[in-house]
Structure formats: C-alpha cells, structure tokens
Design a protein around this ligand. Structure first.
Ligand SMILES: [Zn+2]
Length: 157
C-alpha cells in the first residue's frame, strides 16, 4: 500500500527538535535559502531531517545538491524509510510558498515545509495550490516527549 504522508502527518507530529534543526540550518545558511529533506517511516512518521546544501546558492530559490539528495535517499532506504518531504527557508520573505515554489512543487503527497526566520509552517499541495496544515511547534523547552525511537536529526554535510 502506498502511504501518503501529507494526509496523515499533522504539524503536531513533527518533533520540535526536528523543527529546531531546520531553523538552525536556515539561520546558518542565511542569506542563502537553506534546504533539506525529511524521511518518513512506513507508518508515516517523520524519522529524520537532512540538512543539505542549496546548489543554487540563491536567496530566492533552491535546488538540493544532487549528490546529497542521493546520499539522503540511500541513508533513508537503509533504515527502511522513504524520502517524503522537503523543507526550505525564505531568508527575507514570508513563511508562505512563493510563485517559484509553486512552479517547482514536488510530488503532491510530500510534506512541504517553509521556514521563515523564527517560524516553520507545514503545507500540503492540492490542485497546484499550497494549503496550510499548521505551524510547527519550536518550543523544545516544554515536555514534548521523546524523539521517535531512532536518531531523528542529522546532516550529511
Ligand atoms: Zn520558497
């Protein structure tokens, strides 16, 4: 059965530490757009965040460096996961997807996260329109429970 992560993963299921990793990556790469991928397990749970390089080195667009894309894919496959989500940052912009994002939109069943300064939002793509699923919690100070049962944050850089 093909799992469709964006139908089952809510913004509450992405651990604040994963969100924190995306925000840190965005801050580190500013003023360039930061980007990365998310691995999802067979139950549709987000298990790993890959903080990767933007091959465009642009403040307005991103392309995940191809060798890092394949590296993340191999890593996910070794763990029985699937790459099923992408995130990127808007260094100077709004947390909403841009027209560039819409033209470059990934598969409709992928998780789609936009990071802008101190916030991150999860979107779902429907009929070539991004629908806001929710804001991702970033407060790691609260008791949010354990990370998923495997290491959940990583970088291939
Ligand atoms: Zn964008």
């Amino acid at each position: 059965m093909v799992h469709r992560p964006s139908e089952s993963v809510t913004h509450r299921q992405i651990h604040p530490r994963m969100v924190e990793a995306m925000l840190n990556h965005a801050a580190h790469d500013r003023p360039t757009e930061a980007c990365g991928l998310l691995a999802v397990d067979s139950q549709g749970r987000v298990r790993f965040v890959y903080c990767l390089s933007n091959a465009d080195a642009s403040a307005r667009a991103f392309t995940i460096a191809p060798d890092e894309y394949f590296g993340a894919n191999r890593h996910a496959e070794r763990h029985g996961w699937e790459i099923a989500g992408v995130f990127h940052s808007h260094p100077n912009g709004s947390p909403g997807p841009s027209s560039i994002d819409l033209n470059a939109a990934p598969a409709a069943d992928w998780l789609y996260i936009v990071v802008a300064r101190d916030q991150a939002r999860l979107y779902a793509l429907q009929d070539r329109t991004f629908r806001l699923v929710g804001r991702l919690a970033t407060d790691v100070g609260k008791d949010v429970g354990p990370l998923p049962p495997t290491r959940a944050i990583g970088s291939l850089a």
